[in-house]
Design a protein around this ligand. Structure first.
Ligand SMILES: Cc1cc2nc3c(=O)[nH]c(=O)nc-3n(C[C@H](O)[C@H](O)[C@H](O)COP(=O)(O)O)c2cc1C
Length: 246
């Protein structure tokens, strides 16, 4: 499939992903560029139904967490690297904010390469950001040791749906040539017009009884109180996993 046609898939056929295909797309994933080429990431593959059911509550029981044949949990990983460094008489000094930031970049580039390879091979996927809402449960269930932080899960399998493409901002909202230019309010309103008028989002705003999409996102779906609570929890769990943040 052409990546221009990408849409997230949330309903899957009851068809296994062959292990050689899974290996192939994960291998393509590892061709992603990464910091210093020390690949500070790992992925945990979940295929057993019992394990999916254990993980599901930490994904707020989104149906795809149990319905998808494969869950991939992408992690920042300094456990393997630290063990290697110990064995080579040096210290892995990356269990800090910079290391986590770089590891997250690397893990996400790996994940996106896997995503593109999956679609090219007829598979569909949806990312589950719920990992960051329930770090502790994911860490315990997947037995993630010191230095390993889950960042994102992907539900993967053969699509049982073909939803319409979701609207995007026009390219001029995203791309700045040579220097960044802030847009005046009227221009920003124009840039968001197609998104605000999209029937999918109009329906969501109506259902939620909100005045507009920005209010729906910031006051209901992704409110600051939640972000503040999750930021504190992220800090706590990073320290628990061995990261030094000050
Ligand atoms: C980091 C991240 C987390 C996401 N988490 C969820 C999720 O928990 N549940 C879900 O249904 N979709 C999730 N999505 C999918 C987005 O909702 C989806 O990519 C977006 O609405 C655009 O739709 P499209 O991918 O079909 O173009 C996530 C996507 C990303 C990149």
């Amino acid at each position: 499939m052409n990546y221009k046609d990408h849409r997230s898939i949330r309903s899957f056929l009851p068809k296994e992903v062959a292990s050689n295909l899974l290996t192939e797309i994960l291998t393509i994933g590892t061709r992603a560029s990464n910091t210093g080429n020390f690949q500070s990431y790992s992925v945990v593959v979940t295929q057993e139904q019992a394990m999916k059911e254990k993980l599901a509550p930490f994904h707020f029981n989104q149906p795809m967490a149990t319905q998808a044949p494969v869950l991939l949990t992408f992690c920042v990983d300094y456990n393997r690297l630290a063990t290697w460094c110990d064995a080579r008489a040096t210290e892995c000094g990356h269990l800090n904010l910079m290391g986590f930031y770089n590891g997250t970049l690397d893990a996400m580039l790996f994940a996106q390469n896997v995503a593109v390879a999956a679609e090219e091979n007829g598979l569909g996927y949806c990312f589950l950001g719920t990992v960051l809402y329930n770090l502790e449960g994911i860490i315990q269930t997947l037995a993630l040791p010191r230095g390993v932080m889950p960042v994102l899960t992907m539900a993967l399998g053969y699509p049982a749906e073909n939803p319409p493409l979701r609207v995007r901002l026009p390219l001029e909202a995203i791309v700045h040539y040579e220097k960044y230019t802030s847009f005046p309010t009227e221009k920003v309103e124009t840039l968001y017009r197609d998104v605000e008028n999209d029937p999918f989002y109009r329906e969501q705003v109506k259902k939620a009884g909100r005045e507009n999409l920005a209010q729906l996102i910031m006051e209901q779906q992704y409110p600051s109180a939640t972000y503040e609570k999750l930021s504190a929890e992220l800090t706590r769990v990073l320290v628990q996993q061995g990261y030094t943040l000050d």
